[in-house]
Design a protein. Sequence first.
Length: 252
Amino acid sequence: MTQSLSPEEIARFGADPQETFARNHAGLRARIEAAAARAGRDPAPIRLLAVSKTVPAHVLRAALAAGIADFGENKVQEGLEKSAELAGASIRWSVIGHLQSNKINQMLRFAHEFHALDSLKLAEALDKRLEAEGRDLEVLVQVNTSGEESKFGLPPEALPEFLAALPRFARLKPKGLMTLAALTEDEARIRDCFRLLRRLRDEAAGVHPEIRELSMGMSGDFEAAVEEGATILRVGSALFGARSYGPPITPA
């Protein structure tokens, strides 16, 4: 990392971010392994997706040096700018937040994976653009397991019909389901969301065997998510420290 850190960045990431991230990453993997052991699971296939929103590109270079190269961005514009600054680096970028159709072109300039597919209109728009570019995109279908109106995602009962319609969009490669658990400190309520997504995945896989992944669990609840079957964990603050939000960014 060549760019010097600001005082605010030092407070968040430490004077040596590479060392901080390596230590945090090792600690997270240890906790994932312990949670997997409690559930009788092999921890090796569980993917830790580093949620890098609000982490500047020059700081992500330290994460790369620490062996972290699987990043998830909520905002398309922010991810696009970082990917341009880090061009040439071996990074896998995922967009994990709600996507407006007018941001599709920008997203496809850098994203390898999209975690929040939740409408056939968006699926059609993505497929059309992907066809024009002659490429495919791995996607996960977002399901609203909490029933909270503030969250995006399909209602659980709409999932079978939605999955049945996806094959007509040949450039989309569905690989699993994603959810945000209920915003609560009630662990039982959170686990209910994870269990529902797993049940939906299990039911879907009987008809659509490509639906394997469960993207669920964040910094505050990833251990419960592992115990309930998560295969992808979206972890930000537990890896990079508490977020410091600057001026508002135009929503993706």
